[in-house]
Design a protein around this ligand. Structure first.
Ligand SMILES: [Fe+2]
Length: 439
């Protein structure tokens, strides 16, 4: 559990399974991060480990300082034991590309958190726009704005291109709550971050899902290219081990920031191809079920696709596919506005929308996974805020390497939906062209 405050006292968490009886105490550690901007602004971060939690149990807690003040009482669900069935389907809120300015999805996301509509969260990069601005105060603004969500929802996240300033320092230090299993960032990641927990790529089993986070940014920034090969090597090993553990943890979901497949604009060509060249075969060989990313400020759900070709799926169902499904959810809202679809919809693209929104992933059991896209766009009719505009059942009864299985290829007409806003002014320029930053 991590937080930032302005005290220099001993950070402490009081917690327990009853909101009025927080008898357990965890004493944390504090570290100071100095933003490299002109003000050399210092931020004191606290990190406390809550150990020996009962699995998949709601815990209540307060954070604060011994002898000082404490926060309000919040709660969270502890992680389930990997491979052990849970008492209810696991649900995850998923979003990407949320800024301090114009976070149109945030009220809906917070309302979901407070209503208990998800257990955990997945953030697919680009936070705050940008965390280092105003000497790092922008990051404080982001976490203050999003506190009602994060105080209730344990998150795993990956870095995006908007985290690239000062060699990803704000991301590396601020998101030090990621449950890393990849040790410390090595010396060749850069002296600014070396020795910090490696939250650029890591994996974690949550119930019956193996989540793997990757940094797609390692392909695109000069200071990261030294570690890209290390990450890909680790990914190959991670997916191989996860695939060997299917009986315990059947689903494999990988997430990163940039697209491997999308159909909106030029990002879906060169950059996507660069990433695919190194890892698409790993996904295929190890039977990755789903890849989720952001970066495009829109929503696009793909069918099962491999090597640029449609494999299977129709409408809202993808059953026993012989390739991964890809989903772009980068439309939580930020100052860069919407990203239009300037290209025709390919056969492998099931549904796309250029409205703001976020997603929910519900893992019902070892074979059935449900996906929803929730529209939260202030430019749309008010009554539609929070409306589910797209759903998908992903059914996989034979998890594993795709080359070994026969695809249930649909031979009829395949549905393709483009859900474009009818209101003017929503087809904004999208994110700035970042090709110039690439190496
Ligand atoms: Fe991005």
């Amino acid at each position: 559990m991590g937080w930032v405050d302005t005290t220099n006292q001993v950070p402490t968490v009081q917690y327990g399974v009853h909101p009025t009886s927080l008898l357990n105490i965890s004493v944390g550690k504090s570290t100071t991060f100095t933003d490299p901007g002109t003000a050399k602004r210092k931020v004191t971060m606290h990190l406390a480990v809550l150990s020996k939690l009962m699995p998949f149990t709601r815990y209540y807690y307060k954070i604060g300082t011994q002898g000082g003040g404490y926060s309000d009482t919040y709660s969270f669900m502890s992680p389930p034991v990997a491979g052990t069935p849970t008492t209810e389907p696991l649900s995850f809120i998923v979003f990407g590309d949320m800024g301090v300015d114009n976070p149109q999805s945030l009220p809906g996301i917070i309302a979901d958190a407070q209503a208990g509509k998800h257990h955990y969260g997945v953030g697919v990069g680009d936070f705050a726009y940008d965390m280092q601005e105003e000497n790092g105060k922008r990051a404080d603004d982001y976490f203050n704005n999003n506190q009602p969500l994060h105080a209730l929802t344990p998150f795993i996240v990956c870095p995006g291109n908007h985290e690239n300033a000062y060699n990803f320092q704000q991301y590396t230090f601020r998101w030090n709550t990621n449950p890393v299993n990849t040790g410390l960032l090595p010396a060749n990641a850069g002296s600014e971050v070396a020795g910090q927990p490696n939250n650029w790529w890591f994996s974690r089993d949550i119930g019956n899902v193996h989540f793997t986070a990757i940094s797609t940014e390692t392909w695109f920034y000069s200071q990261q290219k030294h570690v890209k090969d290390d990450m890909v090597k680790w990914l190959a090993n991670d997916l191989k081990k996860a695939n060997a553990n299917r009986k315990q943890v059947p689903w494999i979901v990988v997430f990163g920031h940039r697209s491997m497949y999308c159909s909106c604009d030029g990002d879906c060509d060169g950059a996507a191809t660069t990433v695919k060249k190194d890892i698409e075969k790993l996904f295929y060989d190890n039977g990755v079920d789903l890849f989720i990313n952001g970066h495009e400020h829109n929503y696009e759900r793909l069918y099962a696709v491999h090597d640029e070709k449609y494999v299977s799926g129709n409408g809202n169902l993808v059953k026993n596919p012989a390739a991964p499904v890809y989903i772009v959810t980068g439309d939580a809202g930020n100052r860069e506005g919407h990203e239009k679809f300037s290209r025709a919809q390919p056969k492998w693209s099931a549904f796309r929308s250029n409205t703001f929104g976020y997603s929910r992933l519900t893992v019902h059991n070892d074979t059935h996974l449900y996906w929803e896209q929730i529209m939260t766009d202030n430019g749309q009719p008010k009554a539609d805020y929070g409306k589910v505009i797209d759903t998908m059942w992903l059914i996989q009864q034979h998890h594993g390497p795709y080359a070994q299985k026969e695809s249930q290829i649909y031979s009829g007409t395949v549905s393709h939906v483009t859900h474009l806003s009818k209101l003017t002014g929503l087809d904004g320029p999208g994110h700035k062209n970042v090709y110039a930053e690439r190496v």
